[in-house]
Design a protein around this ligand. Sequence first.
Ligand code: SF4
Length: 278
Amino acid sequence: MTQPAPNPSPVTMWSASSWATWKMCPFKWKLKAEKWGRPRSKTDTRMAVHAMPGLVVDRLFELWLHRREFQDFAWLEANFSMVWNLVESRQKPKWQHEAETAYVQRQTWRSVGILFDLLHKHRLLNAEMGIQTDYHEEIATGISIAGAIDLWTILPNGKLLVVDFKNAGSNSRRSVDQLHFGALALGRLLGREPDEAAYVCFHPQCAGYRKVILRDCDRKKLLARLARATEARKAGTCPAKYSAFSCPRWCEVRFACPTFLARIKSKNSSAEQRASGG
Ligand code: SF4
């Protein structure tokens, strides 16, 4: 009698953003994966509108680059409002202040001009390039990565470049990991590892093209950390990493987090004790 084939071990998938959340706080990753969190409140208004420039510029340039008429700035101008309205209808809460929305819209339009100029200045647009290239690749036994590469291109000197568009500073470890994800994926998709990597930041306050060295030792560390995190996920070990700075401000699942609630409670009871002179 033939033995049934053993079940292949399940594959654990990471995206660049889920990996960034895990590094910040594994418990937050777990709550988000379980779809905890609260609908946006008035206090989250700024977060909602300030997410729009990145979404609008990404979508507008994706459409524009697919046309492959790279000198055509007029097309961007003609379609900016359409993409803005589309993103706004999904993203902007009804209580958003109109003046703030108008300000962010003007900044976003400036970003469109900045990205257009940078793409031309650094000669990133040519026939041999890929835009918003989706990937889902197994990079080690039982570990896969998924996401999209903003742009990859063959430079005039024949080198392969992987590019990440950014709407904010790009010096963080999170950003470098994201480029490593893209480089690993490109290596599998094209059978060739990128020779160079870069961020193109389109935010008016930090606009620029920044070349990044993707070091092998960092890649090895990233793979080792991913392997450890994958084991922890399988074992259900997702500890909370509390930060007095970021938890109260930026964690959207904080009201489902026992660690956060316990800290608030203990802070309040200490304040009450001090007030009563105890
Ligand atoms: S509030 Fe802090 S500790 Fe709690 S889930 Fe969010 S990031 Fe983690």
